[in-house]
Design a protein around this ligand. Structure first.
Ligand code: ADP
Length: 382
């Protein structure tokens, strides 16, 4: 990493000394938290009392402007965070999901930040117990299969460890702003996409720290012109650690899908994923077994490299639906790695049909989950 003209945390703080909340700077008031500076990308949170909430928006904008104007800053992301006791209200998808717990006990007085992904009818996480099981490949093909059903689909690549969706959707370049204020998502094969990969170089491994991940994620949901979507697919980082748990909590998810290979089923990795979503009350729509068997491209014979069918058995044991299986096939790898996933490059082939059948079931279950949610939520009249 070159050190030339690199912006430092101190330089950012110095500039923020000029941003005043009343007659004191937000820095001396201790309102700046989670400041992270990496390769010219700056992310931070401004902590405000829950009662102030969205009315602090001008402060947030000003801080973002001041930081952005600094030499050597490529992007500035500032979010408002309401300080409150943990574990509070996480109800209602339309308000205050940003932090999962900005609950104000002062009946109805709380002013909330702008809702996350207000135009998305449903949001589905695609997760896995560990990396390399084909989660991103599954996510992109599912997104395309949902689109083939006539749905408006977005893909939020939240995989901080290996953002691969820009490549899989054949997208290059950087997001632009058509209204001069908010960034437009990028688009590939008719899918709107934002990715951590647009914030960092795919080649450069980045050590993300907690607050940086959260602010970037929130920015990708809140500050992007997503428009209306029937479904947003979120490609989660692999694994079930704190980062994943926080994301599962922050994103107003309608449901989650777990991708697993047969051998991970045996290792119970997928069960960890199920438990993670259960912890945050997100319904798991089902499990997909990827690299389920090897289909010989020459003779068509199916070879079970790992014990095939484990996912179905495991799904039955833990009460998850088994959504289907996708074979290990070089066509799947080559097409998605080459920016032309199999669902668009061979839309009537056996693999595309397998993804489409899974997508159909996923959408049915999503509509059920939306209906169940609507039935259980009290209507708030204002
Ligand atoms: P993850 O998101 O779980 O880390 P990826 O989707 O990036 O995994 O997949 C890892 C590699 O495996 C990629 O090169 C991808 O093309 C390949 N791959 C994924 N699924 C399959 C499959 N069913 N058949 C063949 N290759 C696959």
């Amino acid at each position: 990493m070159t050190q030339a003209s690199q912006i430092s945390e101190n330089q950012v703080l110095e500039a923020l000394e000029g941003v005043m909340d009343g007659d004191e700077s937000i820095v001396s008031k201790g309102m700046v938290q989670g400041l992270q500076v990496q390769d010219g990308h700056v992310v931070m949170a401004i902590v405000v009392p829950p009662s102030v909430g969205a009315s602090a928006e001008p402060l947030r904008k000003e801080a973002e402007k001041v930081v952005h104007a600094l030499n050597g800053v490529l992007s500035a992301t500032v979010v408002l965070t309401a300080e409150s006791e943990p574990g509070g209200g996480n109800s209602g998808h339309d308000h205050g999901h940003d932090h999962g717990h900005d609950h104000d006990h002062d009946h109805g007085k709380a002013q909330k930040e702008a809702p996350l992904l207000p135009g998305a009818k449903s949001i589905i996480a695609v997760a896995s117990g560990k990396g390399g099981v084909g989660k991103s490949t599954t996510a992109v093909n599912l997104a395309l299969a949902l689109k083939a059903q006539g749905l408006k689909v977005g893909l939020l690549d939240a995989d901080i460890f290996g953002p691969s969706q820009p490549r899989m959707l054949g997208i290059s370049g950087e997001p632009q702003s058509s209204d001069g204020k908010t960034l437009d998502p990028m688009e590939g094969h008719g899918i709107k996409c934002m990715s951590m990969g647009f914030l960092v170089d795919e080649e450069t491994p980045v050590v993300w720290r907690g607050p940086m991940v959260q602010t970037a994620l929130i920015q990708m949901m809140r500050d992007i012109n997503w428009g209306t979507l029937d479904v947003m697919i979120v490609d989660m980082p692999p694994g079930t650690g704190d980062v994943q748990l926080t994301m599962a909590q922050q994103v107003p998810l309608t449901g989650a899908i777990i991708v697993s290979t047969p051998q991970d089923m045996a290792l119970l990795d997928a069960r960890k994923g199920l438990n993670m979503f259960r912890q945050v009350d997100v319904p798991v729509l089902g499990i997909i077994e990827n690299m389920s068997y090897f289909a010989c491209p020459h003779c068509g014979e199916h070879t079970n490299i790992f014990s095939h069918g484990g996912a179905k058995k495991e799904a039955d044991t833990v009460g998850m639906e088994f959504l289907g299986e996708i074979p290990l096939d070089v066509q799947i790898r080559e097409t998605s790695d080459g920016g032309n996933p199999v669902v668009v490059s061979d839309p009537d082939g056996a693999h595309a049909l397998a993804y489409k059948a899974i997508a159909k079931r996923v959408w049915e279950k999503t509509e059920d989950a939306l209906a169940a949610k609507a039935a259980s939520e009290p209507r708030i009249l204002q």
